[in-house]
Design a protein around this ligand. Structure first.
Ligand code: PLP
Length: 422
């Protein structure tokens, strides 16, 4: 990320398709009046608990490590995400990132314990594992499905005296690939994990951003044995600056309610040493907004959803036009939601390519190798369409086309003339 920030500041006029931020155009829904009002709404709601006048001192004080808005977050996770959440199984965290940083060492406490991840995967998860000295094994991409890859990894690890303890997954509109796991795959993975007592860490920041097609139940809703910890966040739906997310534990861990309680207490204790508690002020803002939205953010995010869908469509149309001269060589997926798609190139695209692309073609893209645990992703890039305008998408994809044509020793004849109006 530091590298990409440096590229952005060196080439300020280059359009960034590298950033998976939410669009800032919807932040004015959270102007100071709205934020203040949300605090007041939360004050009224919680007046019974604290006695009206004491609320401000309560909000400005240190507080409960597990959070003060568990009941409302449980309602939102149930109604929006379909996960059977209960307030006493929720830990409010400083963004989903903190939930990862707490869960990984709690689930993999021994030196022989291993976290399984897809390859590529969200760099924040592998980075958190590294920071906590948790060993990571990438699932093999050459077996047909994730469940088989988990089975294979379990066997291989066992042979070397190690043990797969947790599996990190982003089943809906994966960051970085945009992939969605279908229901059958989710069920198969759950079965393999249950057999091997592997906890699934289901990270789902993009789930509500589905642009078409039927929703697939989250793995936490399909889980029948108590094997899924569900991570959610308000970063993409409301604002990342709030730094409010949550880890929702199941009722039992593999049928054991005491083990689940012990894990929850372990996470709370870890959080008390990391951040004491998540800011009461931002928790109260989230709570006030949830109260006003009847515990569902689906209505709140609708304008953003329409915007992201339109951006996705512009990007797909522009890719179709720009890369039509290279039908066999350049391929990409067509995600039905989320912020990202992935594009396969017939050459390596690394840090040096990012630099050249930004300098000569005014576009910054993310090499997939930045999310990879080996060199299998060297010829792919991630394109994000969330934080740019349609016009920026058109010009930047055209710039990318120019770069690719140059690398392939080809011309883009009608390309540059014919595309911009699309
Ligand atoms: C898959 C994934 N998990 C977690 C995060 C971090 O979320 P938060 O802002 O809630 O810490 C991100 C941020 O982009 C993400 O893409």
């Amino acid at each position: 990320m530091k590298f990409l920030n440096e590229v952005s500041s060196t080439f300020p006029s280059a359009v960034s398709l590298a950033s998976g931020r939410p669009s800032e155009r919807f932040f004015d829904k959270l102007d100071p009046q709205v934020l203040l009002n949300a605090l007041v709404v939360y004050e009224r709601y919680s007046a019974g608990g604290h006695g009206g006048g004491q609320l401000l001192s309560h909000l400005l004080q240190y507080g409960r490590t597990a959070g003060i808005i568990g009941e409302l977050v449980a309602q939102q996770v149930r109604s929006d995400e379909g996960v059977p959440a209960r307030a006493d199984r929720i830990l409010i965290t400083s963004g989903c990132q903190e939930a990862l940083a707490l869960c990984l060492p709690a689930l993999c406490p021994e030196a022989a314990d291993v976290l399984l991840v897809c390859n590529p995967t969200y760099i924040g998860a592998t980075g958190a594992a590294k920071a906590a000295r948790v060993a990571v094994t990438a699932l093999c991409n050459s077996v047909p499905c994730v469940a088989e890859a988990v089975e294979l990894a379990v066997l291989q690890l066992r042979q070397s005296g190690r043990r797969a303890r947790a599996l990190y997954l982003i089943p809906d509109f994966d960051n970085p690939t945009g992939r969605v796991l279908d229901k059958a795959s989710r069920c198969d993975i759950l079965q393999v994990c249950a057999r091997n007592r592997i906890i699934v860490l289901e990270d789902n920041p993009y789930r509500l951003f589905r642009y078409e097609g039927d929703e697939i139940p989250p793995m936490a809703a399909l889980d029948e044995v108590g094997s899924v910890i569900y991570l959610s966040t308000f970063s993409k739906t409301l604002s990342p600056a709030l730094r409010v997310g949550a880890a929702t534990l199941p009722d039992t861990i593999f049928g054991d309610a005491r083990a689940c309680r012990a894990l929850w207490e372990n996470l709370v204790q870890r959080k008390s040493f990391v951040s004491l508690n998540t800011s009461h002020i931002t928790q109260a803002i989230v709570a006030g907004l949830l109260i006003e939205q009847a515990a569902s953010l689906r209505g709140w995010i609708r304008p953003a959803l329409d915007w992201y869908r339109a951006n996705r469509d512009v990007m797909l149309r522009q890719l179709d036009s720009v890369f039509s001269p290279f039908p066999e060589q350049i391929r990409w997926n067509r995600p039905s939601g989320g912020f990202f798609l992935s594009l396969d190139l017939p050459f390596r695209f690394g840090a040096d390519s990012v630099d050249e692309c930004a300098r000569c073609d005014n576009v910054i893209v993310m090499p997939m190798s930045f999310f990879a645990l080996d060199n299998s992703q060297d010829c792919r890039i991630r394109l994000a369409f969330s934080a740019v305008t349609p016009e920026q998408i058109r010009t930047s994809v055209t710039g990318l086309g120019r770069y690719v044509a140059r690398r392939l020793g080809r011309e883009l004849p009608s390309l540059v003339d014919g595309l911009a109006e699309g």
